[in-house]
Design a protein. Sequence first.
Lengths: 206, 206
Amino acid sequence: MARRGEHSREEIRQMALDAAETIVAREGYPGLSTRKVASAIRYTVGTLYLVFENLDDLTLQVNARTLDALYEWLRARQDKGNDPEQAIFALANAYVAYAEAETPRWSMLFEYAVQENAQPEWYLNKLGRVFGLVEAALAPLSADALETQRIARVLWASVHGICLLKIRQRLTLAGNQDAEAMTRMLVSHFLRGLRQGQKFSPPNPV
Amino acid sequence: MARRGEHSREEIRQMALDAAETIVAREGYPGLSTRKVASAIRYTVGTLYLVFENLDDLTLQVNARTLDALYEWLRARQDKGNDPEQAIFALANAYVAYAEAETPRWSMLFEYAVQENAQPEWYLNKLGRVFGLVEAALAPLSADALETQRIARVLWASVHGICLLKIRQRLTLAGNQDAEAMTRMLVSHFLRGLRQGQKFSPPNPV
DNA sequence: GCACAATAATGAACGGTGTTCAATAGCCAT
DNA sequence: ATGGCTATTGAACACCGTTCATTATTGTGC
């Protein structure tokens, strides 16, 4: 038996999350199991259930860490110049690069099917923080904050879709163009269309 | 014991796929199991393994059926008018509508993580057929078939990304715009940008 | 009509999974 | 030193995918 009180609950939590990340990195999300995590941190399954509600909870917390890591990754690669298009390119490329560099972790964000969409608010906030980076880059293009948010959602969902295609299908179906070319096509056309549209309509359309 | 030869292999295959679809519709992909399928068709697990390689194989064949159904769904809702933008809108809305109407089946297409990307060619062909509809709608916008294919891939990956956001996050993060508004924003800006870009560069850019 | 060979179908067995909770073992205060 | 408190355990339960020796049923040849 592990010595009583050798680790605090919080220490065990961190150890478990570390172990889970290692397992996911090596075997992917399907390879993650309570028994593997428990034995990796030299505790038993029972102990895990004192710290996590269940495997879903553990999964969500691993994903939360991934969102934090992704946020920092994107922030470190931001283009702080004045050209919004350049800034968006930089973000999109950084996003695709993260998905490539940390494919299992990144995949797990979406493979873990959220039943009944019960993502807690703190988790949605972490997601929102990532979207916030996109909004910040887009802000110069629109005076309206709500409109900026909408544009950011649409654009980022699209970049994500391309990223999925790259990672999951290895671009078999993408006519051999790479993800960078695809995001460039998407972003440049979308932003050009956006600017053109604004020329002929008020900046805050109803 | 089921009477020997009561059903042909092919009949058992179809019964199993029907049963699997019902289970997925009711409980989602995670609820699918060999034992449930077997008991639904009043055979035992062993028999399933005479007809399918394993559960992955069965899953892939369910997905193949979904791709066929999706193809027919989209084809039935095509806009055969002359306006490519209208045609793309119609396809995008039909795609989102299918995802809404058949959420578990649709989700399963992506929840089933293809390890090592071992999708067989016949499966990729079915996927390609769906993309083909998008290409056909886009064809009037570009003389170059390869370019059309690339545009279709980018645009459809993007529509898919928006669709994912709608289904998985219930648009919590999309600033309450609905998926139709998002796809309209995406498609209209993207296509406007595309047309504008072509004004200033040769129709077949190098 | 009967025995037999061929084979369709079975289901127990194996090693895995998430989850629970009575039992236990280690620490602290007395 | 002892007893109580509780952190930790791990066996138990109900599931899972997969295999394959066994069984049951059939059509065939006599």
